[in-house]
Ligand binder design. Structure first.
Ligand code: ADP
Ligand code: ADP
Length: 229
C-alpha cells in the first residue's frame, strides 16, 4: 500500500473555531494506524481531509508524497475504500450497493463479500429508507445492516487504502468480532486508518494516536497506552 502523511495539518469548518491544530503523523505502507479519542476531538475530520470532502486550511495531506489536492477525484476515490459512520445506500438492491465501486465483480465475488460482512441473506433485497416507498422487496435496514453493506463493498473493492470510521460501532459484540476479523484480513498489507472510540477495538493497529481537542495528545502501541490509562 501507499504511504499517507499528515504534515502540520490545521483545519477549521468555520472561521472562528479551529478543529485540527497542527496534526502530523505518517502511516507507513501497508500499516494500520488507529485514531482514538473523545467525541468531537476531530477524528472523522481526519478521514474527510484524506478523502477530500474538505481541504486543509494549512499544512498538507500526501499519499506517496503527492498532495491529495493534486490527485484527481477519480483516482483518489478509487484508491481509498471508506466505511463511513453513517452509510447512505443507493435505492437499489443490496447486491448493487455492494458492487458499486467495482462494477466488474462477478456475482460470486459479490456474494462472497456479502457473506464475509454477514449480510449474505439480504443481497437481492432493496433497502428502504424512511422517505422511500415500501417496494415489493423493500427491506428496512438497521444502522448495523447498512454498515455491513458498506463493509461488504469495501471488502469487494479491496483498495490500496482503507479508512474505517467507527466501522463496526453499530454492531453487536459477536457480529463485531466476526466482521472485525474479515476487516483485519482485507487491511493486511493495505495502508489503513481506523477511527475508533474505544481502545479495545484497535488491538491490531501498528500505532495508535490519541487525539484530544484537535491535537495529538499521545501516541504509542496498544499495551503501552492501556498501561498509562
Ligand atoms: P470526532 O470524529 O472526533 O467525534 P469530528 O471530526 O466529527 O470529531 O468533529 C470535530 C469537531 O468539528 C466537532 O466539534 C464537530 O461538531 C465539528 N464539526 C464536524 N463537522 C462539521 C461541519 N460540517 N461543520 C462545522 N463543524 C463541524
Ligand atoms: P464517488 O465519487 O465514487 O461517487 P462519493 O464521494 O460520492 O464517491 O462517495 C464516497 C463513497 O460513498 C463512495 O465510494 C461510495 O462507496 C459511497 N457512496 C457515495 N454516494 C453514495 C450513495 N448515494 N449511496 C450509497 N453510497 C454512496
Amino acid at each position: 500500500g501507499p504511504v499517507i502523511r499528515f504534515d502540520d495539518v490545521h483545519f477549521q469548518y468555520d472561521h472562528d473555531r479551529p478543529i485540527l491544530k497542527g496534526v502530523s503523523f505518517e502511516v507507513p505502507a501497508g500499516k494500520t494506524i488507529a485514531v482514538v479519542g473523545p467525541s468531537g476531538a476531530g477524528k472523522s475530520t481526519i478521514s474527510r481531509l484524506l478523502y477530500r470532502f474538505y481541504d486543509v486550511s494549512s499544512g498538507a495531506v500526501t499519499i506517496d508524497g503527492q498532495d491529495v489536492r493534486d490527485i484527481t477525484q477519480n483516482s483518489l476515490r478509487s484508491a481509498i475504500g471508506m466505511v463511513p459512520q453513517d452509510t447512505v445506500l443507493f435505492n437499489d438492491t443490496i447486491a448493487y450497493n455492494i458492487r458499486y465501486g467495482r462494477p466488474d465483480a462477478t456475482d460470486e465475488e459479490v456474494r462472497q463479500a456479502a457473506r464475509m460482512a454477514q449480510i449474505g441473506e439480504f443481497i437481492e433485497s432493496l433497502p428502504r429508507g424512511y422517505d422511500t416507498p415500501v417496494g415489493e422487496r423493500g427491506l428496512k435496514l438497521s444502522g448495523g445492516e447498512k454498515q455491513r453493506v458498506a463493509i461488504a463493498r469495501t471488502i469487494l473493492k479491496a483498495p490500496p487504502i482503507l479508512v474505517l470510521d467507527e466501522a463496526t460501532s453499530a454492531l453487536d459484540t459477536k457480529t463485531e468480532r466476526d466482521i472485525q476479523s474479515a476487516l483485519d484480513a482485507v487491511s493486511k498489507n493495505r495502508t489503513t486508518v481506523v477511527i475508533a472510540h474505544r481502545l479495545s477495538t484497535v488491538i491490531n493497529a501498528d500505532e495508535i494516536i490519541v487525539l484530544r481537542d484537535g491535537q495529538i495528545a499521545e501516541r504509542g502501541r496498544h499495551p503501552d497506552l492501556l498501561m498509562r490509562d
